[in-house]
Design a protein around this ligand. Structure first.
Ligand code: FEO
Length: 392
């Protein structure tokens, strides 16, 4: 593919990874992804903003075949999907310097063994003139890692935020073409990568209010030619109130927990509560993460296996604990045969979730009429609590 012009002397030179299906050996990528690198040519200097995943270094180097000089490699983020091709770029351009935050330098030295004399570190707000193109560096820790920064191209009003505002979406569209599709992909990305850092991101969004931004050019997925589209979505995801939604991840081995889940979902729906049900035997864990972005309540459905929760449930609980969604209420439903400690063990797995715990409903074997009444009661409690808090 040829370099694609964004503005005069500003180019997208990314790599589209159509076939990647897993990120960090954890996150499902149903629609692939891209690693977007950008070339900015000033009258005196040339900068490359972020590189590409090491699996696609050849794609980047092909773009650079006819680029005789690169003076600066801007490393907004040290994770390898953006920094992993820096060593090859530095090899091709022996005078090029890596421009990054002090923490970024430390990580890049440790992760990629880049010599310390190849770096220029920049402070928050520092600028670098390329000649008619001025790069401003905005420190933005925790938009994914502690070293992250954003780069703003003043003359063209383009923000290069690396992971922030990104979406795992392989597409040849330079800008978003289908808002619904990109909204979903960006929300999934937010859920999996950014949700634990909501407080930091809220501050960064406030800071960005001081910038006029015409284009947001992230390092995953298409660019935004209407910055407000993704910035408003992020504002909603980081600080919007929870919604009248129950997320219900569950597993059933012999049908008892399944019966309880079916009954409970019906009871909640009948009381006007939206339920998002995920059978963890078959669920894309990214969909579960996405549902947690704005749900008010999570109810976990699990049978008891060897005195504890089913291992798939333990995995989901561990993930939810790490993602730190803004859940307000949590409960557990499920069945057991000869006893166990599923509730106690699950409670110990989610210390980060600052949610009120509602009394669980556990049935011995197949649920009885009393168990169904208890499920009705739990559904009523949730519906009332959502109403009291004004969750719509
Ligand atoms: Fe796209 Fe945190 O790397």
């Amino acid at each position: 593919m040829k370099a694609r012009q964004i503005k005069t002397n500003v180019y997208w030179i990314g790599a589209i990874d159509w076939d990647r299906r897993l990120f960090d050996a954890l996150i499902p990528l149903p629609d692939g992804t891209s690693y977007n690198s950008y070339l900015v040519q000033g009258s005196h200097k040339v900068a490359l903003i972020d590189t590409v995943d090491p699996t696609m270094t050849e794609v980047l180097m092909a773009y650079l075949e006819n680029v005789p000089v690169i003076d600066y490699v801007i490393a907004n983020h040290a994770e390898q999907d953006h920094a992993g091709s820096i060593p090859q770029v530095l090899e091709k351009y022996p005078d090029a310097k890596v421009v990054t935050t002090p923490k970024g330098r430390d990580l890049l030295v440790a992760l990629l063994l880049i010599p310390e004399d190849r770096f220029i570190t920049v402070s928050d707000g520092e600028t670098l003139s390329l000649g008619g193109k001025t790069l401003e560096f905005i420190h933005a820790p925790w938009v994914h890692w502690p070293e992250t920064m954003l780069t703003y191209l003043r003359e063209d009003k383009i923000l290069f935020p690396c992971d922030l505002f990104g979406s795992h979406l392989a597409t040849t569209d330079l800008y978003i073409a289908n808002e619904g599709q990109v909204y979903e992909a960006a929300k999934r990305y937010f859920a999996e990568i950014m949700m634990p850092f909501r407080t930091s991101i809220e501050k960064h969004l406030e800071k960005l209010n001081g910038y006029k931004i015409d284009i947001i050019a992230p390092s995953h997925g298409p660019m935004y030619d209407k910055a407000s589209f993704i910035m408003e979505a992020y504002r909603n995801w980081v600080s919007g109130p929870p919604k009248n939604i129950v997320v219900l991840p569950y597993i059933s081995m012999h049908g008892s927990t399944q019966k309880m889940v079916e009954y409970f979902v019906g009871a909640l729906a009948g009381k006007g509560v939206t339920v998002k049900q995920f059978n963890l035997a078959a669920t894309d864990i990214g969909k579960l993460a996405m549902a947690l972005v704005d749900a008010a309540t999570m109810v976990i459905g699990t049978p008891t296996v060897l005195v504890g929760p089913h291992p798939n449930i333990a995995h989901a609980a561990f993930l939810a604990n790490a993602l730190r969604p803004g859940l307000q209420f949590i409960s557990i439903i499920g069945s057991y045969g000869w006893g166990g400690k599923a509730v106690e063990q699950l409670a110990g797995m989610i210390p980060n979730l600052q949610a009120e715990v509602l009394a669980p409903v556990l049935s011995k074997g197949f649920p009885t009429e009393d168990d169904f009444k208890a499920l009705d009661s739990l559904a009523s409690t949730i519906a009332e609590k959502h109403k009291e808090r004004g969750f719509a």
